[in-house]
Design a protein around this ligand. Sequence first.
Ligand SMILES: Cc1cc2nc3c(=O)[nH]c(=O)nc-3n(C[C@H](O)[C@H](O)[C@H](O)COP(=O)(O)OP(=O)(O)OC[C@H]3O[C@@H](n4cnc5c(N)ncnc54)[C@H](O)[C@@H]3O)c2cc1C
Length: 463
Amino acid sequence: MNAPLAPGFVNGDVSFWYRSLGVPSPAEPLAGDVQADVAVVGAGYTGLWTAYYLKKADPGLRIAVLEKEFAGFGASGRNGGWLAGLLPGSAARYAKRHGRDSAIRFQREMFAAVDEVIKVAADEAIDADVVKGGLFNVARTPAQAARLRAEIAGQRAWGWTSDDVDLLSPHETATRIRVEGALAASWSPHCARIQPAKLARGLAQAVRDLGVTIYEGTPVTEIGPGRAVTPGGTVRAELVLRCTEGFTAAVPGHHRDWLPMNSSMIVTEPLANWDEIGWDGRELLGDMAHYYMYAQRTADDRIAFGGRGRPYLYASRLDDRGHTHDWTVDALWRLLTGFFPALRETRVEHAWSGVLGVPRDWCATVGLDRRGGLGWAGGYTGHGVAAANLAGRTLADLSLGRETGLTSLPWVGRRVRRWEPEPLRWLGVHSMYRLYRLADAREAGGMPRTSVLARIADMITGH
Ligand SMILES: Cc1cc2nc3c(=O)[nH]c(=O)nc-3n(C[C@H](O)[C@H](O)[C@H](O)COP(=O)(O)OP(=O)(O)OC[C@H]3O[C@@H](n4cnc5c(N)ncnc54)[C@H](O)[C@@H]3O)c2cc1C
Protein backbone atom coordinates (compact mmCIF):
# COMPACT_ATOMS: atom_id res chain seq x y z
CA MET A 1 0.00 0.00 0.00
CA ASN A 2 1.23 3.46 -0.87
CA ALA A 3 1.06 6.30 1.62
CA PRO A 4 -1.75 8.78 0.88
CA LEU A 5 -0.06 12.12 0.38
CA ALA A 6 -1.69 15.42 1.28
CA PRO A 7 -1.90 18.12 -1.40
CA GLY A 8 1.26 20.17 -0.99
CA PHE A 9 3.18 17.16 0.35
CA VAL A 10 6.85 18.08 0.75
CA ASN A 11 9.74 15.65 0.41
CA GLY A 12 12.95 16.90 2.01
CA ASP A 13 13.52 20.66 2.19
CA VAL A 14 15.55 19.91 5.34
CA SER A 15 12.61 18.90 7.57
CA PHE A 16 9.01 19.48 8.54
CA TRP A 17 10.27 21.28 11.65
CA TYR A 18 11.23 24.27 9.48
CA ARG A 19 7.78 24.67 7.97
CA SER A 20 6.57 27.00 10.69
CA LEU A 21 9.94 28.77 11.04
CA GLY A 22 10.87 28.95 7.34
CA VAL A 23 14.06 27.30 6.11
CA PRO A 24 16.71 29.86 7.12
CA SER A 25 19.01 31.46 4.57
CA PRO A 26 22.59 31.27 5.78
CA ALA A 27 23.74 34.39 7.64
CA GLU A 28 27.04 36.13 6.86
CA PRO A 29 29.86 33.74 5.90
CA LEU A 30 33.45 34.12 6.99
CA ALA A 31 35.20 36.66 4.77
CA GLY A 32 38.90 36.92 5.54
CA ASP A 33 41.18 35.47 8.18
CA VAL A 34 40.17 35.66 11.82
CA GLN A 35 41.95 35.07 15.11
CA ALA A 36 39.91 33.40 17.89
CA ASP A 37 40.52 31.47 21.10
CA VAL A 38 38.23 28.61 20.10
CA ALA A 39 36.94 27.61 16.66
CA VAL A 40 33.91 25.33 16.68
CA VAL A 41 33.17 23.45 13.45
CA GLY A 42 29.45 22.68 13.07
CA ALA A 43 26.43 24.53 14.46
CA GLY A 44 24.24 21.66 15.57
CA TYR A 45 23.43 21.02 19.22
CA THR A 46 26.97 19.83 19.99
CA GLY A 47 28.73 22.90 18.63
CA LEU A 48 26.12 25.31 19.97
CA TRP A 49 26.02 23.84 23.48
CA THR A 50 29.83 23.85 23.60
CA ALA A 51 29.95 27.51 22.57
CA TYR A 52 27.17 28.33 25.04
CA TYR A 53 28.86 26.83 28.09
CA LEU A 54 32.31 28.12 27.12
CA LYS A 55 31.06 31.67 26.77
CA LYS A 56 29.03 31.44 29.99
CA ALA A 57 32.11 30.22 31.86
CA ASP A 58 34.46 32.80 30.33
CA PRO A 59 32.71 35.73 28.66
CA GLY A 60 36.05 37.05 27.45
CA LEU A 61 36.69 34.09 25.13
CA ARG A 62 36.64 34.80 21.40
CA ILE A 63 34.63 31.95 19.88
CA ALA A 64 33.99 31.48 16.17
CA VAL A 65 31.43 28.87 15.09
CA LEU A 66 31.79 27.74 11.47
CA GLU A 67 28.77 26.18 9.81
CA LYS A 68 28.58 25.05 6.20
CA GLU A 69 24.83 25.75 5.83
CA PHE A 70 22.87 27.28 8.70
CA ALA A 71 22.65 26.55 12.42
CA GLY A 72 20.39 23.52 12.85
CA PHE A 73 20.79 22.27 9.27
CA GLY A 74 21.91 18.78 10.34
CA ALA A 75 20.30 16.17 12.56
CA SER A 76 19.68 18.83 15.21
CA GLY A 77 17.03 20.39 12.99
CA ARG A 78 15.57 17.12 11.74
CA ASN A 79 15.32 14.64 14.62
CA GLY A 80 12.38 12.95 16.29
CA GLY A 81 12.40 15.34 19.23
CA TRP A 82 13.11 12.76 21.89
CA LEU A 83 15.02 14.67 24.53
CA ALA A 84 15.79 11.37 26.23
CA GLY A 85 18.06 10.48 29.14
CA LEU A 86 19.26 7.34 27.37
CA LEU A 87 22.95 6.46 27.26
CA PRO A 88 24.42 6.99 23.78
CA GLY A 89 25.80 3.44 23.72
CA SER A 90 26.10 0.41 25.94
CA ALA A 91 26.61 0.78 29.70
CA ALA A 92 28.64 -2.44 29.73
CA ARG A 93 31.06 -1.09 27.12
CA TYR A 94 31.51 2.21 28.96
CA ALA A 95 32.04 0.27 32.20
CA LYS A 96 34.81 -1.84 30.68
CA ARG A 97 37.33 0.95 30.94
CA HIS A 98 36.31 2.84 34.08
CA GLY A 99 34.17 0.35 35.98
CA ARG A 100 30.53 -0.04 36.82
CA ASP A 101 30.19 3.05 39.02
CA SER A 102 31.36 5.37 36.29
CA ALA A 103 28.80 3.95 33.86
CA ILE A 104 26.07 4.44 36.47
CA ARG A 105 27.28 8.00 37.07
CA PHE A 106 27.15 8.60 33.30
CA GLN A 107 23.57 7.34 33.22
CA ARG A 108 22.58 9.72 36.05
CA GLU A 109 24.21 12.61 34.16
CA MET A 110 22.14 11.67 31.11
CA PHE A 111 18.94 11.80 33.16
CA ALA A 112 20.01 15.21 34.50
CA ALA A 113 20.83 16.46 30.99
CA VAL A 114 17.13 16.28 30.10
CA ASP A 115 16.31 18.76 32.87
CA GLU A 116 19.34 20.90 32.06
CA VAL A 117 18.14 21.40 28.48
CA ILE A 118 14.64 22.23 29.70
CA LYS A 119 16.05 24.68 32.25
CA VAL A 120 18.31 26.51 29.79
CA ALA A 121 15.50 26.66 27.23
CA ALA A 122 13.33 28.35 29.88
CA ASP A 123 16.15 30.68 31.02
CA GLU A 124 16.87 31.74 27.45
CA ALA A 125 13.19 32.06 26.52
CA ILE A 126 13.50 29.34 23.86
CA ASP A 127 10.02 28.04 23.11
CA ALA A 128 10.69 24.54 21.78
CA ASP A 129 7.24 23.02 22.49
CA VAL A 130 8.72 21.12 25.44
CA VAL A 131 6.52 18.64 27.31
CA LYS A 132 8.19 16.25 29.75
CA GLY A 133 5.74 13.38 29.47
CA GLY A 134 8.25 10.52 29.56
CA LEU A 135 8.87 7.67 27.14
CA PHE A 136 6.86 4.58 26.20
CA ASN A 137 8.58 1.60 24.65
CA VAL A 138 5.99 -0.86 23.39
CA ALA A 139 6.32 -4.55 22.63
CA ARG A 140 4.00 -5.97 19.96
CA THR A 141 5.25 -9.56 19.68
CA PRO A 142 6.15 -12.15 22.35
CA ALA A 143 9.85 -11.84 21.43
CA GLN A 144 9.68 -8.06 21.78
CA ALA A 145 7.96 -8.46 25.16
CA ALA A 146 10.75 -10.80 26.29
CA ARG A 147 13.33 -8.22 25.15
CA LEU A 148 11.45 -5.46 26.93
CA ARG A 149 11.53 -7.36 30.21
CA ALA A 150 15.21 -8.16 29.70
CA GLU A 151 15.93 -4.51 28.94
CA ILE A 152 14.27 -3.39 32.15
CA ALA A 153 16.17 -6.03 34.13
CA GLY A 154 19.37 -4.81 32.46
CA GLN A 155 18.57 -1.19 33.31
CA ARG A 156 17.96 -2.15 36.93
CA ALA A 157 21.38 -3.81 36.96
CA TRP A 158 22.82 -0.46 35.85
CA GLY A 159 21.23 1.50 38.66
CA TRP A 160 17.81 2.38 37.26
CA THR A 161 15.17 2.25 40.03
CA SER A 162 11.43 1.69 39.77
CA ASP A 163 11.15 5.50 39.60
CA ASP A 164 13.29 5.47 36.49
CA VAL A 165 11.46 2.78 34.53
CA ASP A 166 8.28 0.82 35.02
CA LEU A 167 6.67 -2.13 33.22
CA LEU A 168 3.08 -1.51 32.14
CA SER A 169 0.53 -4.24 31.47
CA PRO A 170 -1.43 -4.26 28.18
CA HIS A 171 -4.38 -2.74 30.04
CA GLU A 172 -2.30 0.03 31.65
CA THR A 173 -0.71 0.75 28.29
CA ALA A 174 -4.09 0.95 26.55
CA THR A 175 -5.44 3.46 29.08
CA ARG A 176 -2.63 5.83 28.04
CA ILE A 177 -1.96 5.03 24.38
CA ARG A 178 -3.80 2.59 22.16
CA VAL A 179 -1.15 0.88 20.08
CA GLU A 180 -2.53 -2.03 18.06
CA GLY A 181 -1.33 -5.37 19.39
CA ALA A 182 0.64 -3.95 22.33
CA LEU A 183 1.49 -6.82 24.68
CA ALA A 184 3.40 -4.67 27.17
CA ALA A 185 5.20 -1.36 27.46
CA SER A 186 7.79 0.31 29.61
CA TRP A 187 7.46 3.88 30.75
CA SER A 188 10.28 6.11 31.90
CA PRO A 189 9.89 9.71 33.08
CA HIS A 190 13.31 10.73 31.72
CA CYS A 191 12.21 12.02 28.36
CA ALA A 192 10.66 15.19 26.99
CA ARG A 193 9.14 16.06 23.66
CA ILE A 194 10.77 18.95 21.85
CA GLN A 195 10.43 20.66 18.47
CA PRO A 196 14.02 20.09 17.33
CA ALA A 197 14.50 23.04 14.97
CA LYS A 198 13.03 25.48 17.47
CA LEU A 199 15.59 24.29 20.01
CA ALA A 200 18.47 24.55 17.52
CA ARG A 201 17.52 28.00 16.23
CA GLY A 202 16.73 29.31 19.72
CA LEU A 203 20.04 28.04 21.00
CA ALA A 204 21.88 29.63 18.09
CA GLN A 205 20.27 32.96 18.96
CA ALA A 206 21.18 32.56 22.64
CA VAL A 207 24.78 31.86 21.66
CA ARG A 208 24.88 34.92 19.38
CA ASP A 209 23.40 37.05 22.17
CA LEU A 210 26.31 35.99 24.37
CA GLY A 211 28.72 37.41 21.79
CA VAL A 212 29.69 34.32 19.80
CA THR A 213 29.97 34.79 16.03
CA ILE A 214 28.33 32.06 13.96
CA TYR A 215 29.60 32.16 10.38
CA GLU A 216 27.01 30.39 8.24
CA GLY A 217 27.44 29.26 4.63
CA THR A 218 31.02 28.54 5.66
CA PRO A 219 32.25 24.99 4.94
CA VAL A 220 35.45 23.98 6.69
CA THR A 221 37.67 22.22 4.17
CA GLU A 222 40.57 21.42 6.47
CA ILE A 223 40.96 21.09 10.20
CA GLY A 224 44.49 21.19 11.56
CA PRO A 225 46.28 22.12 14.76
CA GLY A 226 45.45 25.74 15.45
CA ARG A 227 43.42 26.31 12.30
CA ALA A 228 40.17 25.72 10.47
CA VAL A 229 40.37 26.51 6.78
CA THR A 230 37.35 27.69 4.78
CA PRO A 231 36.98 29.08 1.23
CA GLY A 232 36.49 32.58 2.67
CA GLY A 233 39.42 32.59 5.08
CA THR A 234 41.16 30.73 7.89
CA VAL A 235 40.28 30.85 11.56
CA ARG A 236 43.38 30.55 13.72
CA ALA A 237 42.63 29.44 17.24
CA GLU A 238 44.32 27.68 20.13
CA LEU A 239 41.56 25.06 20.06
CA VAL A 240 39.57 23.71 17.12
CA LEU A 241 36.55 21.60 18.07
CA ARG A 242 35.00 19.22 15.54
CA CYS A 243 31.22 18.99 16.11
CA THR A 244 30.07 17.53 12.79
CA GLU A 245 28.55 14.18 13.91
CA GLY A 246 26.84 12.46 10.94
CA PHE A 247 28.80 14.65 8.48
CA THR A 248 32.20 13.70 9.91
CA ALA A 249 32.89 11.21 7.10
CA ALA A 250 33.14 14.19 4.72
CA VAL A 251 35.76 15.96 6.87
CA PRO A 252 39.22 15.27 5.40
CA GLY A 253 41.09 12.69 7.48
CA HIS A 254 37.97 11.31 9.20
CA HIS A 255 36.28 9.34 6.44
CA ARG A 256 35.98 6.06 8.37
CA ASP A 257 35.63 7.38 11.94
CA TRP A 258 31.85 7.48 12.23
CA LEU A 259 29.44 5.86 9.82
CA PRO A 260 26.80 8.31 8.51
CA MET A 261 23.56 6.45 9.27
CA ASN A 262 20.33 7.70 7.73
CA SER A 263 17.14 8.04 9.66
CA SER A 264 13.86 9.04 8.02
CA MET A 265 10.62 10.55 9.22
CA ILE A 266 7.10 11.31 8.05
CA VAL A 267 4.53 13.60 9.61
CA THR A 268 0.77 13.30 9.26
CA GLU A 269 -1.75 16.03 8.79
CA PRO A 270 -3.24 17.24 12.12
CA LEU A 271 -5.51 14.52 13.57
CA ALA A 272 -9.04 14.97 14.80
CA ASN A 273 -9.57 11.43 16.12
CA TRP A 274 -7.32 11.48 19.19
CA ASP A 275 -10.06 9.85 21.26
CA GLU A 276 -9.32 6.63 19.32
CA ILE A 277 -5.65 6.82 20.20
CA GLY A 278 -5.33 8.44 23.62
CA TRP A 279 -1.76 9.79 24.00
CA ASP A 280 -2.93 12.72 26.14
CA GLY A 281 0.39 12.90 28.01
CA ARG A 282 2.47 13.71 24.89
CA GLU A 283 4.89 10.92 25.82
CA LEU A 284 7.49 9.89 23.28
CA LEU A 285 6.86 6.52 21.70
CA GLY A 286 9.28 3.80 20.63
CA ASP A 287 9.16 0.05 20.17
CA MET A 288 11.27 -3.06 20.67
CA ALA A 289 11.54 -4.13 17.04
CA HIS A 290 15.02 -4.53 15.58
CA TYR A 291 14.02 -2.22 12.75
CA TYR A 292 12.68 0.14 15.38
CA MET A 293 10.45 3.21 15.15
CA TYR A 294 10.24 6.42 17.17
CA ALA A 295 7.40 8.92 17.32
CA GLN A 296 5.99 11.99 18.96
CA ARG A 297 2.64 13.75 19.12
CA THR A 298 3.48 17.24 17.91
CA ALA A 299 2.32 20.51 19.44
CA ASP A 300 -0.14 20.93 16.56
CA ASP A 301 -1.55 17.41 17.03
CA ARG A 302 0.10 15.49 14.25
CA ILE A 303 2.14 12.33 14.59
CA ALA A 304 5.78 12.58 13.58
CA PHE A 305 6.95 9.03 12.99
CA GLY A 306 10.48 7.86 12.19
CA GLY A 307 12.57 4.81 11.49
CA ARG A 308 15.31 3.51 9.26
CA GLY A 309 14.83 4.07 5.57
CA ARG A 310 17.85 3.31 3.46
CA PRO A 311 20.23 3.00 6.37
CA TYR A 312 23.48 3.80 4.65
CA LEU A 313 24.66 5.07 1.27
CA TYR A 314 27.70 3.49 -0.38
CA ALA A 315 31.05 5.16 0.44
CA SER A 316 29.44 7.22 3.23
CA ARG A 317 27.66 9.51 0.77
CA LEU A 318 25.42 12.10 2.38
CA ASP A 319 21.89 12.87 1.26
CA ASP A 320 21.93 16.07 3.16
CA ARG A 321 18.88 18.13 2.15
CA GLY A 322 16.59 15.46 3.48
CA HIS A 323 15.07 13.98 0.31
CA THR A 324 13.55 10.58 1.10
CA HIS A 325 12.85 7.62 -1.19
CA ASP A 326 9.20 6.86 -1.95
CA TRP A 327 9.45 3.32 -0.62
CA THR A 328 10.71 4.64 2.72
CA VAL A 329 7.71 6.97 2.95
CA ASP A 330 5.39 4.06 2.16
CA ALA A 331 7.14 1.74 4.62
CA LEU A 332 6.93 4.29 7.44
CA TRP A 333 3.26 4.93 6.68
CA ARG A 334 2.50 1.17 6.72
CA LEU A 335 4.24 0.88 10.07
CA LEU A 336 2.38 3.91 11.41
CA THR A 337 -1.01 2.52 10.38
CA GLY A 338 -0.03 -0.86 11.85
CA PHE A 339 0.42 0.93 15.17
CA PHE A 340 -2.69 3.05 14.77
CA PRO A 341 -5.20 1.48 12.32
CA ALA A 342 -7.49 4.49 12.88
CA LEU A 343 -5.06 6.51 10.77
CA ARG A 344 -5.63 4.58 7.52
CA GLU A 345 -7.30 7.57 5.90
CA THR A 346 -4.80 10.05 7.31
CA ARG A 347 -2.48 11.70 4.83
CA VAL A 348 1.22 12.34 5.04
CA GLU A 349 2.25 15.99 4.75
CA HIS A 350 6.04 15.86 4.82
CA ALA A 351 8.88 13.33 4.69
CA TRP A 352 12.54 13.93 5.34
CA SER A 353 15.78 12.22 6.34
CA GLY A 354 19.00 13.08 8.10
CA VAL A 355 22.30 11.58 9.12
CA LEU A 356 23.62 10.63 12.53
CA GLY A 357 27.07 9.37 13.47
CA VAL A 358 27.78 5.75 14.42
CA PRO A 359 31.21 4.78 15.79
CA ARG A 360 32.53 1.24 15.20
CA ASP A 361 31.62 0.16 18.75
CA TRP A 362 28.29 2.10 18.81
CA CYS A 363 29.40 4.22 21.78
CA ALA A 364 29.80 8.01 21.73
CA THR A 365 32.96 9.94 22.55
CA VAL A 366 34.07 13.37 23.73
CA GLY A 367 37.74 14.23 23.59
CA LEU A 368 40.42 16.89 23.46
CA ASP A 369 43.99 16.44 22.38
CA ARG A 370 45.39 19.49 24.13
CA ARG A 371 48.82 19.27 22.50
CA GLY A 372 47.35 19.23 19.00
CA GLY A 373 44.62 21.67 20.04
CA LEU A 374 41.90 19.47 18.53
CA GLY A 375 38.69 18.44 20.23
CA TRP A 376 35.60 16.51 19.15
CA ALA A 377 32.29 15.10 20.35
CA GLY A 378 29.62 12.91 18.77
CA GLY A 379 28.83 9.42 17.58
CA TYR A 380 25.65 9.36 19.66
CA THR A 381 24.10 6.57 17.51
CA GLY A 382 20.67 8.20 17.41
CA HIS A 383 20.55 9.39 21.02
CA GLY A 384 22.14 12.78 20.52
CA VAL A 385 19.56 15.32 21.62
CA ALA A 386 20.25 15.16 25.36
CA ALA A 387 23.74 13.68 24.94
CA ALA A 388 24.91 16.69 22.90
CA ASN A 389 24.13 18.92 25.88
CA LEU A 390 26.23 16.76 28.20
CA ALA A 391 28.93 16.56 25.52
CA GLY A 392 28.91 20.35 25.13
CA ARG A 393 29.36 20.92 28.85
CA THR A 394 32.11 18.30 28.92
CA LEU A 395 33.94 19.70 25.91
CA ALA A 396 33.73 23.17 27.47
CA ASP A 397 35.31 21.86 30.71
CA LEU A 398 38.03 20.07 28.76
CA SER A 399 38.72 23.20 26.72
CA LEU A 400 39.01 25.31 29.85
CA GLY A 401 41.44 22.78 31.33
CA ARG A 402 39.09 22.02 34.20
CA GLU A 403 38.98 18.61 35.85
CA THR A 404 35.36 18.10 36.79
CA GLY A 405 32.92 15.27 37.37
CA LEU A 406 32.10 15.48 33.69
CA THR A 407 35.65 15.19 32.37
CA SER A 408 36.06 11.84 34.14
CA LEU A 409 32.94 10.26 32.61
CA PRO A 410 33.72 7.07 30.71
CA TRP A 411 33.01 8.45 27.24
CA VAL A 412 35.80 11.02 27.56
CA GLY A 413 38.93 10.33 25.54
CA ARG A 414 37.85 6.93 24.22
CA ARG A 415 39.66 5.79 21.11
CA VAL A 416 37.58 3.62 18.82
CA ARG A 417 38.76 1.68 15.81
CA ARG A 418 37.65 2.87 12.41
CA TRP A 419 35.04 1.32 10.13
CA GLU A 420 36.20 -1.08 7.41
CA PRO A 421 36.88 0.20 3.89
CA GLU A 422 34.27 -0.31 1.17
CA PRO A 423 32.70 -2.54 0.05
CA LEU A 424 32.90 -4.24 3.48
CA ARG A 425 31.28 -1.29 5.24
CA TRP A 426 28.29 -1.22 2.89
CA LEU A 427 27.91 -5.01 2.95
CA GLY A 428 28.12 -5.12 6.75
CA VAL A 429 25.52 -2.43 7.38
CA HIS A 430 23.14 -3.64 4.69
CA SER A 431 23.30 -7.25 5.75
CA MET A 432 22.74 -6.17 9.36
CA TYR A 433 19.54 -4.34 8.47
CA ARG A 434 18.38 -7.08 6.11
CA LEU A 435 18.78 -9.61 8.90
CA TYR A 436 16.95 -7.29 11.31
CA ARG A 437 14.01 -7.10 8.91
CA LEU A 438 13.92 -10.87 8.57
CA ALA A 439 14.22 -11.26 12.35
CA ASP A 440 11.28 -8.88 12.89
CA ALA A 441 9.20 -10.81 10.35
CA ARG A 442 9.97 -14.12 12.05
CA GLU A 443 9.23 -12.73 15.48
CA ALA A 444 5.90 -11.38 14.21
CA GLY A 445 4.98 -15.04 13.64
CA GLY A 446 4.85 -15.45 17.43
CA MET A 447 8.22 -16.94 18.38
CA PRO A 448 8.86 -16.37 22.08
CA ARG A 449 12.48 -15.22 21.93
CA THR A 450 14.74 -13.00 19.88
CA SER A 451 15.44 -14.51 16.49
CA VAL A 452 18.93 -15.88 15.98
CA LEU A 453 19.13 -13.74 12.81
CA ALA A 454 19.16 -10.60 14.94
CA ARG A 455 22.00 -11.99 17.03
CA ILE A 456 23.99 -12.68 13.87
CA ALA A 457 23.27 -9.13 12.70
CA ASP A 458 24.57 -7.73 16.00
CA MET A 459 27.73 -9.80 15.63
CA ILE A 460 28.41 -8.56 12.10
CA THR A 461 28.61 -4.88 12.99
CA GLY A 462 29.37 -5.07 16.70
CA HIS A 463 26.03 -3.46 17.60
C1 LIG B 1 15.94 11.75 11.43
C2 LIG B 1 16.68 11.74 12.74
C3 LIG B 1 15.98 11.51 13.92
C4 LIG B 1 16.66 11.53 15.15
N1 LIG B 1 15.93 11.44 16.30
C5 LIG B 1 16.54 11.60 17.49
C6 LIG B 1 15.78 11.69 18.68
O1 LIG B 1 14.55 11.72 18.64
N2 LIG B 1 16.46 11.79 19.87
C7 LIG B 1 17.82 11.81 19.92
O2 LIG B 1 18.36 11.87 21.02
N3 LIG B 1 18.56 11.81 18.79
C8 LIG B 1 17.96 11.74 17.58
N4 LIG B 1 18.69 11.79 16.45
C9 LIG B 1 20.13 12.05 16.55
C10 LIG B 1 20.41 13.51 16.93
O3 LIG B 1 19.56 14.36 16.21
C11 LIG B 1 21.87 13.85 16.64
O4 LIG B 1 22.70 12.91 17.28
C12 LIG B 1 22.26 15.23 17.13
O5 LIG B 1 21.36 16.20 16.65
C13 LIG B 1 23.68 15.53 16.70
O6 LIG B 1 23.97 16.90 16.90
P1 LIG B 1 25.32 17.45 16.35
O7 LIG B 1 25.35 18.90 16.62
O8 LIG B 1 26.45 16.64 16.89
O9 LIG B 1 25.27 17.16 14.79
P2 LIG B 1 24.36 17.91 13.61
O10 LIG B 1 23.11 18.41 14.19
O11 LIG B 1 24.33 16.98 12.51
O12 LIG B 1 25.25 19.17 13.33
C14 LIG B 1 26.46 19.10 12.63
C15 LIG B 1 26.59 20.42 11.87
O13 LIG B 1 27.88 20.47 11.28
C16 LIG B 1 27.76 21.09 10.02
N5 LIG B 1 28.92 20.69 9.24
C17 LIG B 1 29.22 19.45 8.80
N6 LIG B 1 30.38 19.46 8.13
C18 LIG B 1 30.84 20.72 8.17
C19 LIG B 1 31.99 21.38 7.64
N7 LIG B 1 32.91 20.72 6.96
N8 LIG B 1 32.14 22.70 7.85
C20 LIG B 1 31.22 23.40 8.57
N9 LIG B 1 30.10 22.85 9.07
C21 LIG B 1 29.92 21.52 8.89
C22 LIG B 1 26.44 20.55 9.48
O14 LIG B 1 25.90 21.36 8.45
C23 LIG B 1 25.58 20.53 10.73
O15 LIG B 1 24.84 21.72 10.90
C24 LIG B 1 18.06 11.75 15.19
C25 LIG B 1 18.77 11.96 14.01
C26 LIG B 1 18.09 11.95 12.79
C27 LIG B 1 18.86 12.19 11.53
